[in-house]
Design a protein. Structure first.
Length: 248
């Protein structure tokens, strides 16, 4: 299978995941770029930020029209993560590939277990205080910057369990957080020597943007609890694959 076809297929899956789940796009993008398209972990995390920024912005516009974005809560959460995301992006290139891959896998696995814990139906917990919300947003921004992920696989459970949003609102609102954090981290990497292979990244991103629209339609047909379980099990599978790669 040619690199172009692989990029298109992987991009479509990423877009569907991001549009339907409000996250999971970048957690699929980085492994696809590494294992299917031959990117190094450092190059994959940078390219992932380009792809996820474009795709999440597209998905955000669709969710905004449906009224599932909680702008005030999302803005507070996103603003807290902008500086940590930029700082994390600046230091990411200093980390060894095995550290990036292992950390990515561990965080994805922990997020998946966290998503499996709440009761089915997607009801949010009681909202936390402003301090805890901003602290969680800052931590998410740092993860975005270092690992080159949009952070949706952490933002969705955080918005449910910390901010107190229901699952469907958390899905839409997480896209605002993903877009802001990814853009901040990408700008921090703009001066690095890491070259982006646009021959691969451009078709990947285009397919992801188109897939996000299909993902949004899929989200409208599934319950919050179903979205949550799909999200969690997908994360566990990706985490297991990447941990095996580090160990072996």
């Amino acid at each position: 299978m040619s690199v172009l076809i692989l990029a298109l297929v992987a991009g479509a899956v990423t877009g569907i995941a991001l549009g339907a789940l409000g996250g999971g796009g970048s957690v699929l993008t980085v492994p696809a770029l590494i294992y299917l398209l031959g990117f190094t972990p450092s190059a994959a995390t940078t390219a992932s930020l380009v792809i996820v920024t474009l795709t999440s912005a597209t998905a955000l516009s669709a969710h905004a029209r449906e009224g599932t974005v909680r702008w005030r809560a999302g803005a507070l959460f996103a603003l807290a993560g902008l500086v940590p995301a930029a700082l994390g992006g600046a230091v990411s290139g200093l980390l060894p590939p095995a550290v990036l891959t292992g950390a990515f896998a561990l965080i994805a696995g922990l997020a998946a277990f966290r998503m499996l814990r709440p009761a089915a139906g997607g009801a949010g917990a009681a909202p936390a205080g402003t301090g805890r919300i901003t602290g969680t947003g800052a931590g998410l921004g740092a993860v975005t910057g270092v690992l080159g992920v949009g952070g949706g696989f952490l933002a969705v459970p955080a918005l449910v369990n910390v901010v107190g949003l229901r699952m469907r609102a958390a899905v839409g609102t997480s896209l605002l957080v993903i877009t802001a954090n990814s853009l901040a981290a990408l700008l921090a990497r703009a001066g690095s020597a890491q070259r982006i292979d646009w021959a691969v990244v451009a078709p990947f991103a285009a397919a992801a943007v188109l897939g996000a629209w299909d993902g949004k339609r899929l989200a409208a047909r599934l319950s919050g609890g179903t979205l949550q379980r799909i999200f969690a099990w997908a994360l566990l599978a990706v985490a297991a694959l990447m941990l095996l790669d580090v160990v072996l």
